[in-house]
Design a protein around this ligand. Structure first.
Ligand SMILES: NC(=O)c1ccc[n+]([C@@H]2O[C@H](COP(=O)([O-])OP(=O)(O)OC[C@H]3O[C@@H](n4cnc5c(N)ncnc54)[C@H](OP(=O)(O)O)[C@@H]3O)[C@@H](O)[C@H]2O)c1
Length: 321
């Protein structure tokens, strides 16, 4: 089986409650024309059918495309995971996915347009045995050849450690929030040491993320003065600096855009001059633990704050190993 190498940049497709499936699909069409070959999809983005139509019409050979899919929190468990992958494959009009991820390590879901204070009364903390049941479905998909690689998203070192201890097939990649002001250096170096590829989401600082994910202290990377200054020096948009930062740190970024100009500039940022070692070192100074996607809506009753989702002190909040 010929394996396509994972591309250096992908296109994000999370409409974040305000971009319709039709608009997203036309943006994917533009992205393919520019040269993007990796599309970051997810069941919960509710646009796989429209994207699938664009992929089919594009006439790009399937072997040249990298399609990532994700199982949403309401389809955890071995049987459901397989069902979810089948639904994504049907909508995306493909007979395999290049990469399939567990979108969040919790089976906690929320309705679309959920408010930041909305809680699912059935939400639970991380339960490792349940996660491993879900992972066994992922492994089954890999064994059957329905997906070429399997991986995780929104995991922490503590949770990854348990997964690596107990899995039969290791995760190929992890998708996580990564941008210069949220560099997650320790987690990335742990993943690198374990041979797990980092795919960086919200690489530009997600200026249009849902209202529920905004707080007054948040910084949008594209507006950070050091990034703006460096962009001026290079004669590029600050978005380019964020993407070059990702590439320079071995991260595969998956920026979203609905504008041809931005899609093109983002693609070119990865395929043109890199930042120097000195510039990359300078950018380490902007890291301010600026997590934008906090995940409040996934919290369970009794959780202290969104920080409980991220195991900041190295232990899994409310969980059992
Ligand atoms: N695994 C997960 O849990 C998870 C979570 C969040 C996101 N993701 C994935 O990561 C993707 C990207 O993250 P994101 O959408 O949150 O944020 P992002 O890529 O950091 O930011 C996207 C925003 O930046 C603007 N933009 C893009 N290129 C630009 C440029 N060159 N100049 C100026 N503005 C530009 C876009 O607006 P325009 O449309 O106007 O260009 C868009 O609103 C998502 O679409 C999704 O696929 C995954």
């Amino acid at each position: 089986m010929d394996m396509l190498q994972i591309p250096k940049i992908g296109m994000g497709t999370f409409g974040s409650d305000h971009i319709s499936a039709g608009v997203m699909a036309s943006s994917v069409k533009e992205a393919l024309a520019i040269g993007y070959r990796m599309i970051d999809c997810a069941r919960v983005y509710n646009n796989e059918r429209e994207i699938g139509e664009v992929l089919a019409a594009s006439k790009i050979r399937r072997s040249e495309l990298w399609l990532t899919g994700k199982v949403w929190n309401d389809m955890h468990g071995k049987t459901n995971v397989i069902k979810s992958a089948e639904l994504s494959m049907k909508d995306l009009q493909t007979d395999y996915l290049d990469l399939f991820l567990v979108h969040w390590p919790f089976p906690n879901h929320h309705p679309p347009f959920a408010h930041v204070d909305e809680r699912n009364p059935n939400a639970v903390p991380y339960i490792h045995e349940q996660f491993m049941d879900t992972w066994s479905g992922m492994e089954e998909l890999r064994r059957k050849g329905m997906v070429r690689h399997i991986g995780v998203s929104n995991m922490t070192e503590a949770k990854l450690h348990l997964l690596l201890r107990d899995c039969s097939i290791r995760p190929f990649a992890g998708e996580l929030e990564l941008h210069p002001t949220f560099a997650q250096k320790e987690l990335r170096s742990y993943m690198e040491q374990e041979g797990i590829i980092s795919i960086g989401y919200s690489p530009l600082g997600s200026p249009n993320r849902p209202e529920r994910d905004r707080t007054a202290e948040d910084v949008v990377d594209m507006n950070h003065p050091i990034i703006v200054e460096l962009a001026k020096k290079h004669g590029v948009h600050p978005a380019s600096i964020c993407l070059k930062w990702a590439a320079g740190n071995g991260i595969i970024p998956i920026p979203l855009s609905t504008k041809v100009k931005n899609l093109r500039s983002n693609f070119e940022s990865i395929h043109s001059d890199s930042l120097t070692e000195e510039e990359l070192t300078m950018l380490e100074a902007v890291d301010s633990n600026n997590r934008l996607i906090k995940g409040q809506v996934f919290l369970w009753e009794g959780a202290a704050s969104w920080r409980d989702l991220w195991d900041e002190d190295g232990t899994i909040a409310g969980g059992k190993s």
